[in-house]
Design a protein around this ligand. Sequence first.
Ligand code: FES
Length: 148
Amino acid sequence: MAIIHDDLGRRRFLSQAVMGFGLLFGMGTLALRFVQFLIPSPKPKRYEAVLIGSLSRVPVGEALSMDLSGQKIMVLRTDEEVLAFSRRCTDLGCLVSWSKEREQFLCPCHQGVFDKTGRNIAGPPPRPLDRFEVVTRGDQLYVNIQSS
Ligand code: FES
């Protein structure tokens, strides 16, 4: 009789130990995933330099529209520098255009106005135009575009 009880006790102990270990493993995995959800690891932003051509391609006071890697941008050459902006208006995303006479970016949708530095100066746009870094290597211009 005692041998039978010992065998049943050992089986019960082993069964509960396996279930307890599995439960602990499952709870630990769940807790780890929850912490990863709360504190996601930051993905580094990657940029690629896209060649847009020589400096002479953009006359002073003019802005050149182009589509780079799916981004609609406008490259503006002022007396001092070359600037690149997203053409997406920061209000509702309409495409802005450059007015050489007014030296401003104009949005046709709700009359949003941006100055030549991309700063929102009139209308509903809540913030300046998104700006891209322009790099000059020799005579060639490159725009740094965030790659996906
Ligand atoms: S979308 Fe440009 S002003 Fe509204």
